[in-house]
Design a protein around this ligand. Structure first.
Ligand code: ADP
Ligand code: MG
Length: 379
């Protein structure tokens, strides 16, 4: 059986494959992995516009992967299949098979090829499922993300925002999580309700009480904390975000746990995902599933920074989690800081020490370095 991973046009592909390949549409990496583990998978057809081909190859080492740029052509697929079959060793030994023969260009296509591909409908717009955002300048938008609540999104986000604000950046924090109030970490007790607000500027938001201003200068849009609200309205989220992009130097989005419509709405604007995880055995499956979701949303390695938070043993925690975070690699390990609550919400010195290299890059205080691992704490 062949799996088909595509943005759209699955019917068309299946119609062409009828009688030639048994094709099944797959929408999640976990499903692909399950089929591969069951030994049911002869190959995977991947729509190039999704940008997930190398992630699929990485996860399904030993399974042949065929990348196509729509329109799908059955003749090309058959040629690929024939080549793959000839190249495969006679004995069945999926683990020892050399990397799959695939027409996928590695590394990704250079300019001329990209120009040819651009004839396909909006290849890049795909990763972003909402309408294409208009960006006047490049403002860092940091998504504070984690598969599970309590990982430390708000804590790390609050520290980061404070760090930037103290160094002169105009930083906005938009709280999109209705569970847990990031405003409290800055000492604001009563959060105003931002629902449906449609003012014209951050200044107006401050005047209307929708935006709180901390003594450090950072601007904070609290989430709707009313008990009947389970999820912030994605349109409200995008409205506030667009407003901040006009006026601020950096925007942090404190996300709800898991994967929600709010994520889909703000992803088009996101420049970096802070993927916060805690090293706990019962979280591993969830962490891997979340990594898969980020991959399927089209985010590349450079877009996602996994942070291990509340770590008690940096090296072994990192080693234990590494494989569940693939294809992303750990950017920082933050130690458990037993004193952060005692000192207030934003004074964790160990947090600052561990996160500073990342923040300095994110705020543009230092030039981005080539992908490297940040120094672990305590050394
Ligand atoms: N590095 C850390 N060391 C110790 N406690 C932490 C650390 N990071 C977060 N916490 C604590 O964990 C709890 C949950 O953190 P929070 O940032 O509210 O999580 P989230 O926003 O992901 O739900 C808070 O009580 C916070 O003080
Ligand atoms: Mg929170």
């Amino acid at each position: 059986m062949f799996a088909l991973v595509c943005k759209d046009g699955a019917d068309e592909v299946q119609a062409q494959c009828a009688g030639v390949f048994d094709v099944r549409v797959v929408t999640a990496m976990s499903e692909l992995k399950r089929l591969a583990a069951q030994g049911d998978l002869e190959g995977v057809f991947v729509d190039a516009r999704l940008g997930v081909t190398s992630a699929v190859q990485q996860r399904l080492a030993g399974t042949a992967v065929y990348e196509y740029t729509p329109p799908f052509r059955i003749a090309d697929a058959m040629r690929w299949h024939e080549q793959t079959r000839r190249a495969a060793p006679k004995t069945e030994a999926p683990q020892s098979v050399s990397p799959p023969v695939s027409p996928v260009p590695e590394p990704p296509p250079k300019q001329e090829e990209a120009a040819v591909r651009s004839a396909a409908p909006a290849p890049l717009a795909l990763r972003r499922t909402v309408s294409a955002p208009v960006r006047r300048r490049t403002v860092p938008v940091i998504l504070l993300d984690s598969p599970k609540g309590g990982a430390g999104r708000s804590t790390l986000g609050a520290h980061m925002a404070y760090y930037g604000a103290l160094r002169g950046k105009r930083v906005a924090v938009i709280d999109l999580d209705t569970n847990g109030d990031i405003a409290q970490k800055f000492g604001f007790a009563d959060a105003p309700d931002v629902r449906g607000w449609r003012g014209q500027s951050v200044e107006e938001a401050v005047r209307d009480g929708v935006c709180l201003v901390h003594e450090s200068g950072l601007h904070l849009f609290p989430s709707a904390q009313s008990p009947e609200v389970v999820l912030q309205d994605p349109e409200d989220a995008v409205y506030l975000l667009q407003l901040c992009l006009e006026e601020m130097d950096a925007v942090l989005l404190d996300m709800p746990q898991g994967w929600t419509p709010v994520h889909q709405a703000v992803l088009p604007y996101t420049t970096q995902v802070l993927f916060v995880v805690v090293p706990a055995v019962d979280q591993l499956a969830r962490i891997q599933e979340h990594a898969d979701k980020l991959v399927f949303a089209g985010l590349s390695k450079a877009d996602v920074s996994p942070i291990l938070n509340k770590s008690k043993k940096a090296r072994s925690d990192e080693r234990a989690l590494e494989q569940y975070l693939l294809p992303f690699s750990v950017r920082a390990v933050v130690p458990f800081d037993p004193t952060i609550d005692k000192r207030g919400g934003i004074n964790g010195k160990r947090i600052v020490r561990a996160m500073k290299p990342f923040w300095d890059e994110a705020f543009g205080f230092v030039a981005p370095r080539k992908r490297r691992r940040f120094r672990l704490f305590g050394r």
